[in-house]
Design a protein around this ligand. Structure first.
Ligand SMILES: [Fe+2]
Length: 276
């Protein structure tokens, strides 16, 4: 049985917000009906810069709620048209607001297993434990956010990086290079994202080694499941043009795995988001 009136909902103070008053036509401080609640949801989403698909969903919600004002039992034709328009727009905005996933890449032969790592596996790769000595190479910072494909930050994601030292040696038993390894370079580190999805590392700017352009290897785990393995590169390095793995990345997606180090901030910093 269809009720003649919507259920009475608790008073919400957000009707004091001028935008909600505009959207709902309710006076400031009015007792809330479903319209005000839907409008409050919409305004909160806009304020928190949620993807457009969510705004469209909220506008549908507002329209729907408006169609069930006290006394109204039949949906107006104009309301129905707006709802249909919104339902058509929803998948379009969802596609438009979706982020391109970070392109995956080979793990390579030198991912250090647990037994090969130092006890120190923190996010500062230029110092191992309490050692005084700092790793050789140019010290840089690498950070960014781990995001899902509609732009929501993913907290508690585990981000791992590994790379060769300034001499081109990996922290891996399989690396048989002849140059001595830099014992002050951690070679592998990890970070856990916070509520904002942010990760950060202190490491060295990657250097070339035989057969490869400079790169940093990256893995992302969410709830202990591996979700992405990729490699980050330097922009405009001459080795990129000869690197077969770099050349396999579609040209339009190379930007997504490129570290542009900004030298104006003390230790040069690059920000690269990871979309999984
Ligand atoms: Fe590598």
């Amino acid at each position: 049985m269809r009720p003649d009136r919507p259920p009475v909902l608790p008073f919400v103070t957000t009707t004091r917000d001028p935008l909600i008053q505009f959207l709902t036509g309710l006076p400031a401080g009015a007792a809330a009906d479903p319209v005000a609640i839907a409008a409050a949801t919409f305004v909160n989403r806009v304020n928190s810069r949620r993807p457009p698909a969510n705004w469209v969903r909220d506008m549908i919600w507002v329209t729907l709620a408006k169609s069930f004002k006290p006394g109204d039992t039949v949906m107006q034709d104009s309301t129905r048209r707006k709802l249909l328009l919104g339902l058509v727009a929803l998948p379009i905005t969802r596609i438009a607001s979706a982020s391109i996933p970070t392109p995956a890449a080979s793990e390579g032969p030198f991912y250090p297993t647990g037994a090969m790592r130092f006890n120190d596996i923190d996010n500062d790769l230029v110092r191992v434990g309490d050692a005084v000595e700092q790793a050789g190479g140019e010290v840089v910072r690498l950070s960014g956010r781990v995001l899902d494909r509609v732009g929501n930050p993913l907290p508690a994601a585990r981000v791992e990086i590994w790379q060769c030292d300034v001499s081109g040696r990996y922290l891996h038993r399989g690396d048989s290079g002849s140059r001595p390894r830099d014992r002050a370079f951690q070679g592998f580190g990890h970070d856990l994202t916070g509520a904002d999805g942010r990760y950060s590392f202190r490491t060295i700017k990657p250097v070339p080694y035989a057969g490869r352009t400079p790169h940093i290897h990256v893995k992302v785990f969410i709830e202990n499941r591996e979700r992405l393995t990729t490699q980050f590169y330097l922009p405009d390095h001459p080795g990129n043009a000869r690197d077969w793995l770099y050349q396999r990345i579609p040209a339009a997606q190379r930007e997504l795995v490129t570290m542009k180090f900004n030298p104006a901030q003390g230790e040069p910093t690059a920000i690269v988001d990871l979309v999984v």
